[in-house]
Design a protein around this ligand. Structure first.
Ligand SMILES: *[C@@H]1O[C@H](CO)[C@@H](O)[C@H](O)[C@H]1NC(C)=O
Ligand SMILES: *[C@@H]1O[C@H](CO)[C@@H](O)[C@H](O)[C@H]1NC(C)=O
Ligand SMILES: *[C@@H]1O[C@H](CO)[C@@H](O)[C@H](O)[C@H]1NC(C)=O
Ligand SMILES: *[C@@H]1O[C@H](CO)[C@@H](O)[C@H](O)[C@H]1NC(C)=O
Length: 281
């Protein structure tokens, strides 16, 4: 339990007490932090950076720093700048996204309309927000987790010299499906203090969490013996067990009467073969 207490304490000292920093960005320093994060962590992986803003067109000028950021970045990358409600129908699927959020409403509204044809949910997300949204960080991560977006960092803007960046780890030794905000690093005088990886692989070790796997009888891939209440057999079961061993998770088999399901555009699965995370007790 000490771990959790420590994390909450850090969060409070770093985020809760800071004086609020409202948009617009007041000087070049903040935009430099953002540019630096993007240059250090996005550019080498991808040539295109997708900047999405979630407030009205009329208010884009209030995020003055965005001009500086776009100008600095333009020298190293291809940029797209879109309002989330006006995504160009020809936009290709984006993996490296910077999202500018003004309010919790605009954040929720963006995520409720996010379309997997244009956004790779397994991609990387940097969400820039005013520090008054700090108190919602856990809710924000919960919404992101419901969409299985895990490579995501929140960057609250403050008027302080340090910038703190937060993420969440859905699988930990304490919890399965945790959305607790964790401070990843802080940026001061052009340097990261902890030098932590900003987009660590969070799915390498699932800490023996239990995933419910819904399936049905389809030999030789999956053979269910109704007599025995054991796990099923078959090729896919073996593959799943190898995966479970490698990624350190438990499988709870659930048998479905329905056969194949459908994966909907919003990333939800129709019927069979669903995977769900059970919480630790
Ligand atoms: C990106 O490339 C630059 C120049 O080659 C290098 O200095 C920097 O360390 C790289 N960043 C990452 C995250 O690999
Ligand atoms: C634009 O910004 C002003 C001032 O922050 C705010 O009152 C207004 O609600 C914003 N408009 C929209 C559509 O977000
Ligand atoms: C979208 O792409 C199609 C085919 O690639 C092209 O014909 C069309 O003009 C494009 N639309 C816009 C608005 O660019
Ligand atoms: C992993 O979880 C399973 C089921 O909850 C349990 O039986 C097993 O002992 C756990 N293994 C470890 C190493 O904790």
């Amino acid at each position: 339990m000490w771990k959790k207490t420590l994390i909450i304490f850090l969060l409070h000292s770093a985020c809760g007490k800071l004086s609020d920093f409202e948009l617009p960005l007041d000087n070049g320093r903040k935009s430099h932090t953002i540019t630096q994060i993007i240059l250090d962590h996005f550019i080498n992986i991808s040539e295109t950076i997708n900047v999405v803003y979630t407030f009205s067109d009329a208010n884009i000028s209030t995020f003055e720093g965005i001009d500086t950021i776009m100008m600095e970045l333009e020298q190293s990358a291809t940029l797209t700048l879109e309002h989330y409600t006006k995504i160009h129908p020809n936009m290709t699927k984006q993996s490296h996204n910077v999202v500018l959020c003004e309010s919790i409403e605009s954040f929720n509204s963006f995520l409720s309309t996010i379309n997997p044809n244009y956004f790779n949910f397994q991609g990387y997300y940097l969400i820039i927000m005013p520090s008054r949204l700090c108190e919602y960080m856990s809710d924000m991560f919960a919404t992101l987790w419901s969409l299985h977006i895990v490579n995501v960092n929140l960057l609250p803007l403050t008027s302080n010299d340090d910038d703190f960046i937060y993420t969440y780890y859905p699988f930990t030794s304490l919890d399965c499906g945790s959305t607790l905000p964790v401070q990843l690093d802080n940026y001061r005088d052009g340097k990261w203090m902890e030098k932590n990886e900003l987009f660590p692989n969070k799915m390498k070790d699932l800490f023996n969490c239990t995933l419910s796997v819904v399936t049905f009888d389809i030999p030789p891939f999956i053979k269910i013996d109704k007599e025995e209440n054991d796990s099923p057999n078959g090729i896919e079961v073996i593959l799943m067990s190898v995966l479970a061993l490698k990624m350190n998770f438990n499988i709870k088999w659930i048998y479905s009467e329905e056969l194949w399901g459908e994966i909907y555009g919003n990333g939800d699965w129709g019927t069979s073969l669903q995977v769900k995370v059970e919480t630790k007790t």
